[in-house]
Design a protein around this ligand. Sequence first.
Ligand SMILES: [Ca+2]
Ligand SMILES: [Ca+2]
Ligand SMILES: [Ca+2]
Ligand SMILES: [Ca+2]
Length: 381
Amino acid sequence: MRRRRQLRSRARRCEFGSGIMNKRGEIEKSALAASVIIGVSAAGLLCACAQTLNRGETQATLRSTIAFVSTRHDPAADPAVNPQRAWLAAEIYLMNADGTNARRLTENAYADGFPALSPDGTRVVFDSNRLRVGGEPFNTADLFLMNADGTGQTHLIRGSSATWSPDGKMIAYHASASGNGQPIKPDPGAATNDNDIFVLNIGDFLKNRSRPKNITNSPDAIDDDPDWSPDGQKIVFTSHAVTDNPINSGTAEIYVIDADGTGKPVRLTNNTEEERAPAWSPDGKRIVFSCRRGGPDFEICVMNADGAGQVQLTDNSLPDLTASWSPDGTKIVFHRRVGDRGHLQLFLVNADGTGEMQLTFPPGLNAFPNWGELRDRGPRK
Ligand SMILES: [Ca+2]
Ligand SMILES: [Ca+2]
Ligand SMILES: [Ca+2]
Ligand SMILES: [Ca+2]
């Protein structure tokens, strides 16, 4: 944890990292000016990226990076015309936090989704339907692991929507408890009727095929969308009754459970609206989620980690979903349906709801953002 905080605080200064790298000269000039004005010690605080490069080291830095799904390489993939065709074209991408330098990590004829960068910035866990067999629904998903450059793609286990423990040793995800449940709706990442939250030690699994641990064991509830707390102690998730309408889950609420599966889940929300996809802020004090507030579409909402102080950040008639915090906790990225049916684009909003702006523009799918940090060794001198 301590190591991660150090890396995080260093990377924080590298927000919108490529711009900083490109403006290295400017930064050095700024650093010089600052040192003249407020003393030499201030210069070193301006940008750890530039500092690392100045020393000519290969020491790694963590660069603010958004993992997401896109069809931008395939303009014929139009979700308004043929949704399955578009989702089959979907690949995992990384890009800089300002939307530049998008690069594709996967390339295949299957639907890939829900990427999550590991806390050390070296790996990505993601969903794919590439192991689906005949008769299984289109959105039947397995979890895979790959290096952050797309190499070394490795199958883990059937399941969806993985989140990393802060030490990078475990993932939590949702899956059918029996192993035989099928998705209850056609959405990517959809839960099964017997869905529970599982945790898996990746090292033990790859070495010894150790089994995942079911931490919710709830036959009467559909548990999905886990997110691991920054202190490693808790997992937040959504849960709704198996008797619910799967398309509009009026009984859905957000819960927190101890990551080791002990104790009972604690409910954070209490209303008649559906909530989805909760995500902790990097300081663990707040949770962003999708809320079905003021209409059938979803909005982006934020609350304190105890469920108090709920604030609605968006207000429109379009679905706003899959929110993820910037590593410095100041911004939130999410996807919104725009234009024709099924077209998705990424948007940014400040954590207080101000400054909303569109981040991606290529037509088709730009979806499922996960804002993390990429390990970057920088050039040798
Ligand atoms: Ca694909
Ligand atoms: Ca369950
Ligand atoms: Ca609710
Ligand atoms: Ca909305």
